[in-house]
Design a binder for this molecule. Sequence first.
Ligand code: SIN
Length: 477
Amino acid sequence: MLLKDKSFINGLWVNAFSSDRFDIVNPANQLVIGSVPDMKTTETKDAIEAAHCAFKKWKNYSATERASYLKKWHQLILDNIEDLAKILTIEQGKPLAEAKGEILYGASFIEWFAEEARRVYGDVIPGHTRDSRIIVLKQPIGVVGAITPWNFPNAMITRKVAPALAAGCTVVIKPSELTPFSALALAQLAEEAGFPKGVINIVTSKSPISVGSELTTNPLVKKISFTGSTRVGKLLMQQCAASVKKVSMELGGNAPFIVFNDADIDKAVVGAIASKYRNAGQTCVCTNRIFVQSKVANEFIEKYTKAVKKLKVADGLDSECTIGPLINKEAVTKVEKLVDSAINEGASLVIGGKKNELGDLFYEPTILTNVTTSMEIANAEIFGPISTLFQFETEQEVIQMANDTPYGLASYFYGNNMSQIWRVAEALEYGMVGVNTGSISTTVAPFGGIKESGIGREGSKYGIDEYVVTKYINFSI
Ligand code: SIN
């Protein structure tokens, strides 16, 4: 029932006007799971108009009413976690346990924003003259275009859609062309939760450019929320400029993971494994560069290598799997090129460095040491199971190296000196800093980056601000 093969527009399950479809492939075995409609500009316009029409009513629902739909949706997702996780693993590749984790993570945004719906508070400001009274209102911005990635096909939708709906906006979602089934399954459950028609719309398409262009240029869309690469984010921002749309951009990263001499090395190893190898290294917040202070370098490398050797590469449905396949051939080719060029430039291969015998999309967990900041791999977002290790001597040196990137999403460090912890946390030019932890993603904290990693925050009490406009009313009495 949850494996839907049509798009969802204005409360109806629909095909493309052309009847064109495209196949979705399981990265673990490269077999076709099914197909979905290949929609283009016309269907996207229809979805936007449906969302615009629905907005006129949905914005007037009380916060409690909107929250009650969100709560029903949340519960239905929890009731269907097993099936949702299976769909996610089959189309995306991540281990089933991680897929379940993602479903829970995704659902938590719906629960959180159901609660936040009631707290979209305004202000009363003392008037600037004797007879003026000023109040500030927060109002829903309007139709939201949500363009979501393949690496978290469930949670990146709910992290955008839940605050949008809670605020009183309606949405048109363009899921990744690689993983639309998780999005459609969410729409099926939203339909069961009884959301009015047009409040949630999903346009599937294998041509992100035509759908993206319509979403970013159609004047009825007031806000674009995008998670994906910095390159595409910049393009979407340019397109949004013509109609001055509000944007949230959650873009690429190049996360440093720093281990100081006084760190608890065993804990640092656990943190590095969690932040590097989650989703086979395919998250924006994955550790991309590991900097180890020279006195503990040998100990860290030895323990880290031992831990990486325990990772199990397998089909995500295999209960022992901890590393699934990469998403597609392009992803594998990119990783292969980065590893090969690092080795040619002088890096040393500790383990891995090649495809796994399971198939073309499986790449072995890899460790490279003696990596330097001038190598291509130090400056690229790897998006694969590759650890690159650098050595450093001083705090000042590592801060300089860690910040020497246009990205500013996640960063991590391990140490025990309280003064140093404060200094380093403040000096790292990143939107998120994990201190003695490799896991920073949570519903209750503001997720997002600075520099070329993005604009805006998702989750937490700040997440709903992205979907409202501030209006003040000046009364003369
Ligand atoms: C992402 O990779 O875009 C999101 C990861 C997360 O929420 O932890």
